[in-house]
Design a protein around this ligand. Sequence first.
Ligand SMILES: C[S@@+](CC[C@H](N)C(=O)[O-])C[C@H]1O[C@@H](n2cnc3c(N)ncnc32)[C@H](O)[C@@H]1O
Length: 251
Amino acid sequence: MLLKQWPLSLRVLGVHFAALPASLAAMHIAGYFGLTTGLLQFVLVEGAVAAGLSRWIQLPHWWQAINLLFLPALWLAIQAHIEPAWYLAGFILLLLTSLGALTSRVPLYLSSERAVREVARHIPEGKPVRVVDLGCGLGGLLAGLVEVRPEAELHGIDAAPLPWLFSRLRLGRRAQIRFGNLWSEDLSGYDVVYAYLSPEPMPELWAKVRREMRPGSLFISNTFSVPDTRPDEVVELHDLSHARLLLWQIR
Ligand SMILES: C[S@@+](CC[C@H](N)C(=O)[O-])C[C@H]1O[C@@H](n2cnc3c(N)ncnc32)[C@H](O)[C@@H]1O
């Protein structure tokens, strides 16, 4: 695939670096033929060129759409005369809620109640168990488990400041919530490891699971599979996001 070895962020930016001069040149030629060449026309042409280039270098579909709309949306925002402080506030909020998206390409979205019920059903009974939610977000999974499996020792870790603080306040002493990177977490002490991340970190996470988790423990991934390894069980959740739990018994 074209430029596939480049990081995605560079490919996305590269598209605009190419589209901007190309669109300026197109405007120049259009002006020569007496066509209107205002800022609006420029951003529309740039959007079209950027979308075409994105398609050509086979960026994912959503990036083609984002690149199509990026400059026109910027133009609209300028027309709306929004106070610059709002942009800064939005950026800071995004950073505080989604820091993990920068390092692991994992944004914040939440497990459904059905996921909580199914995870609870798979936690072994009749013995002390330690459970960790890697990237615990707003702590919804752990808060649900507290209700139905109060005997379990629950842990959560998150790299984004606001979700971490929220789940910490939400769970208090009922779970141990740490601020940090899931890659630094030693998985060998857990009986059940739960992750609801994204496709991106799954190969590396699976390697970590195989390295660190003990035989007899259980790895559960919400929705995202791991390369070349079938789960021992798949549970369809029939929730709004058509999620499913993939479960691996570690041997
Ligand atoms: C899809 S959310 C899942 C939230 C929660 N586990 C749930 O099921 O409701 C993923 C979470 O992982 C966190 N995250 C992403 N990368 C991380 C990392 N490297 N270390 C710790 N947390 C991370 C994000 O901040 C986000 O809150």
